[in-house]
Design a protein. Structure first.
Length: 255
């Protein structure tokens, strides 16, 4: 009979519809699972910058950044370095490029200032250090700042010296590729980054030094990361390298 559907056909159709719905639900769940965390960096007097983080490329770096950010570590710190056509850099508790985080910043069970609250750093997740991180230092890329001691014996120590300081590229900078741990990219607010790159700078103390310190403090009101419901845990860390101690021993034999 025209238009008639047998019970078997009806059952088959229902199965197909249910199967299709299950597949749709599965795809939606997979899409949610695959969503990357997004950091919102609020800059006092300027606005907000949204940064997508890529844990698949630099998992421990992302975990460390999330932990610091969501524990309020970056609140009221500054963007202390601005180099036009290169980078803006911030996240230093000392505000001058010399600072590192301490364990209490990622572990609230550790009392701030206690003997256990040591300064720490993380391994550099980039190609030169044995990690398969293919992120490029393009305009808008966020990456970890680290030390470079300029001594071959200390190459590994320099590679693994990042802790909390980050920089955002103002232009494509391929010279940084494979040597710094890129871990995300600005997806909203690059106009804010560009405004920060135009601030007035202090005069350099030495003629051969490029001016980079803003005359007026650029305050990070805070950074918070939406993890999309994923618990990224606690980062793997190690005690920072004591360069001063190494220097005294290496050159003067002082323990």
């Amino acid at each position: 009979m025209k238009g008639f559907i047998s019970s078997n056909e009806t059952a088959d159709q229902i199965k197909r519809e249910l199967s299709g719905q299950e597949q749709t639900n599965q795809n939606e769940e997979e899409q949610q699972i695959m969503q990357n965390p997004v950091a919102t960096m609020s800059i006092k007097g300027y606005g907000s910058i949204e940064i997508e983080l890529y844990p698949q490329m630099a998992p421990n770096t992302v975990t460390n950044f999330i932990k610091l950010a969501n524990n309020g570590f970056y609140d009221r710190l500054t963007i202390h370095r601005v180099e036009k056509d290169f980078v803006i850099q911030g996240g230093d508790p000392n505000g001058d490029g010399t600072g590192s985080p301490t364990v209490s910043a990622i572990n609230r069970s550790i009392k701030k200032g206690s003997i256990e609250d040591i300064q720490y750093s993380i391994n550099g997740e980039f190609t030169a250090n044995g990690y398969n991180n293919t992120l490029k230092h393009e305009r808008g890329t966020i990456s970890m700042a680290r030390s470079s001691y300029g001594i071959s014996e200390l190459e590994e120590e320099g590679y693994n010296s990042a802790g909390c300081q980050f920089f955002i590229c103002l232009e494509d900078t391929p010279s940084l590729d494979e040597n710094y741990a890129a871990f995300g990219k600005v997806i909203n607010g690059m106009d804010i980054v560009d405004k920060l790159a135009e601030v007035e700078l202090c005069e350099a103390e030495e003629e051969y030094i490029t001016p980079s310190k803003p005359k007026k403090d650029i305050i990070i009101s805070g950074i918070r990361v939406d993890t999309k419901g994923v618990d990224y845990g606690t980062p793997e860390i190690h005690e920072i390298f004591d360069y001063e101690k190494w220097y005294k021993k290496y050159y003067f034999g002082i323990e």
